[in-house]
Write a protein that binds this ligand. Structure first.
Ligand code: DQA
Length: 175
């Protein structure tokens, strides 16, 4: 009857709203960005003894596969330009729930990238393919380590997969 419909309508609306909220929420906390700094686009041809033989394209594919398996949406970005990386980090505040960053050479030089990361209030993982503490003196200092949640270094390109697994856990625990 009509009175039943008018009675039930608000409950249906609340139910529909609730479903949208759940879907929205589950999507929201599943988007991450992997940011790669200068020269990482040359993976596979560059200093194989430090960085291995996996190409950048193949690494990207492996990261996308792992993310899919964990039901994470991942954006795999690379730039040789410091300001572009700052922009990526700033935009991530709105668009991504976590950042995995291999800032490459900028790790050791960029106050701007450090400052941008400091403003980002969600999980950040620092990543290096090589063990930066076992290399030249100028690589043994990271300007970003104390503004990130955790880091991975020296485990080769597998570090990317490990970082994705850890980020997945960090985001799950937040929900
Ligand atoms: C690196 C280490 C940096 O010192 C270097 O400049 C890179 C890559 C790494 O992944 O091991 O470009 O971040």
């Amino acid at each position: 009857s009509l009175s039943f419909i008018t009675f039930a309508l608000p409950f249906n609306l609340i139910f529909i709203f609730f479903i949208f909220f759940i879907v929205y929420k589950s999507r929201m906390s599943n988007k991450i960005i992997i940011i790669n700094g200068p020269n990482l686009n040359l993976l596979g041809e560059r200093e194989q003894s430090q960085y291995g033989s996996l190409t950048f394209e193949k690494l990207k594919e492996n990261c996308l596969n792992k993310s899919k398996e964990l039901e994470l949406t991942v954006e795999f970005a690379q730039s040789n330009i410091e300001g572009e990386i700052v922009n990526l980090i700033q935009n991530a505040r709105k668009n991504f729930d976590g950042i995995i960053i291999n800032a490459a050479a900028f790790t050791h030089t960029s106050v701007a990238i450090r400052d941008a990361l400091e403003v980002y209030k969600k999980p950040i993982i620092e990543l290096h393919i090589s063990n930066i503490y076992k290399r030249e003196k100028f690589r043994q200092k990271s300007l970003i380590s104390d503004v990130v949640d955790g880091g991975i270094f020296g485990l080769g390109t597998d570090g990317y997969i490990l970082a994705i697994i850890s980020m997945h856990k960090l985001l799950k625990n937040e929900n």
